[in-house]
Ligand binder design. Structure first.
Ligand code: X2X
Length: 339
C-alpha cells in the first residue's frame, strides 16, 4: 500500500524503481527463458548462443534455463523485430547482430559502418577499449536491455551469380539482398547496385530462384548455409562490415534475477563470447580456401582495390556517421587510427 501511494505521488520515476523490486519479490523465475538467434548452432554465432545457454544452465544448477530458438522463430523469421519483441517480453535473451535492430535502435549498429574497422587488430583495439565500450553499453541499456558481452559475427563479403567483382563497375545493376539495415542499402546503391531488403529466411529461396543476384555475409555463413548451391559463383573478400554479436538481457528480465545470478549470467556470456570469437577467427583464416574448394571463384582485393572500395563508400559513410552518434564514431576512428 505504501508503495502504491508512492507510485501515485512520484509518477513514472517511482514506478521504474518499484517495478524491478516487485518482480523480484515475486521470486518470479520463469521455467524457460527464450533466446532468439537468427542462425542455428551449426553457425559460429548460433554456436555462441548454445554455449552461453549451456553454461548458464550448468552454473545455476538449472535455475535459469535458457532455450535457444534459432531461425528467429520467435518473431516468425523476421530478425528485424528481435529487439522490439525483447522489449515486449516475447524474447527473454538476445544473442544477435544489432544491424538487424536498426529500425528499433539505429545507434547500436554503429560498428557496421563500411570499412570502419578494417582488420582484427583494429577490431580488438576498439572492443578492448573499456571507455568506448562502456559508452556503447549505456546505449544498449537505453535501448532496453542489459549488455553482457560482445562476440563477433564476422567480416561480411559479397557474393553473386553473375561475374567476378573487382571494381565498382562490376557492382552496377546487381540485385543484392541485404538485411534490414537502410545503411547496407545505401552502400549498395552508392556502388550502383540495386539493394533488396529481406530476412535471412527469405534470402535463400530468393537466391535459389534468381530473384536476386547477390548477397553479403561472412564466409563462415556462406559455408554453413551452402550458399554455393544457390547459384552463387563469385566471392570478393572485401571485409566491408563486421557487426558485433551482442549478448544481452531485456531490462525487465535482468532485474528479476538475484545479483548472484546476474553475476553468473554475465560471466557465462563473457566466456561464451570469448569462445565464439575464437571460433569465428579460426573460420575466417580458412574460409577463402574452403569456399574456393567448392568451385567458387574467390577474389581477395589488392591494397589498391581496397582503397577504391573505401573511396566508393565515403558518402554513405559520412551520411551514416551523422545518423549514428558522430562523436562516438569519431572516438572509434581515433582508436582505429592508433593501431
Ligand atoms: O541475415 C543475415 O544476412 C545475417 C544472418 O547475416 C544476419 O542476421 C545479419
Amino acid at each position: 500500500i505504501k508503495r502504491r501511494s508512492l507510485i501515485r505521488l512520484a509518477g513514472p520515476l517511482a514506478a521504474a524503481v518499484a517495478l524491478p523490486r516487485y518482480a523480484f519479490a515475486q521470486g518470479a523465475y520463469k521455467s524457460e527463458y527464450k533466446m532468439s538467434t537468427v542462425v542455428p548452432p551449426a553457425f559460429a554465432w548460433g554456436k555462441g548462443g548454445e554455449i552461453f545457454a549451456n553454461l548458464v544452465r550448468e552454473r545455476t544448477g538449472g535455475r535459469i534455463n535458457i532455450k535457444q530458438y534459432p531461425g528467429a522463430s520467435l518473431v516468425q523469421g523476421d530478425q528485424t523485430r528481435e529487439l522490439t519483441a525483447a522489449r515486449q517480453g516475447v524474447i527473454d535473451v538476445l544473442c544477435g547482430a544489432p544491424i538487424n535492430w536498426s529500425g528499433t535502435a539505429r545507434e547500436l549498429a554503429v560498428f557496421t559502418l563500411p570499412f570502419l574497422m578494417p582488420d582484427h587488430k583494429a577490431w580488438d583495439a576498439v572492443m578492448n577499449n573499456s571507455a568506448l565500450m562502456n559508452e556503447y553499453f549505456d546505449m544498449v541499456r537505453k535501448a532496453g536491455a542489459e549488455p553482457l558481452a560482445v562476440g563477433e559475427t564476422g567480416y561480411r563479403q559479397i557474393s553473386n551469380s553473375k561475374r567476378p567483382i573487382t571494381r565498382p563497375e562490376d557492382m552496377k545493376g546487381l540485385k543484392v539482398r541485404v538485411v534490414g539495415s537502410p545503411m547496407y542499402g545505401d552502400i549498395m546503391s552508392a556502388m550502383g547496385a540495386n539493394p533488396t531488403f529481406m530476412s535471412w529466411a527469405d534470402a535463400q529461396p530468393a537466391l535459389a530462384s534468381g530473384a536476386v543476384d547477390a548477397q553479403e555475409n561472412p564466409l563462415e555463413v556462406f559455408l554453413a548455409a551452402k550458399i554455393h548451391t544457390l547459384g552463387q559463383k563469385y566471392v570478393t573478400k572485401w571485409n566491408y562490415s563486421n557487426d558485433i554479436l551482442l549478448f544481452a538481457v531485456p531490462n525487465q528480465i535482468w532485474t528479476s534475477w538475484t545479483p548472484a545470478d546476474q553475476k553468473i549470467v554475465r560471466e557465462a556470456a563473457q566466456d561464451a563470447a570469448r569462445q565464439q570469437v575464437q571460433l569465428v577467427r579460426k573460420l575466417f583464416d580458412e574460409d577463402a580456401q574452403r569456399v574456393a574448394a567448392l568451385g567458387v571463384e574467390v577474389h581477395v582485393p589488392t591494397p589498391g582495390e581496397m582503397k577504391t572500395w573505401q573511396t566508393e563508400t565515403r558518402r554513405p559513410y559520412a551520411r551514416w556517421k551523422a545518423q549514428f552518434q558522430p562523436t562516438f564514431v569519431s572516438k572509434i576512428e581515433e582508436v582505429v587510427a592508433s593501431t
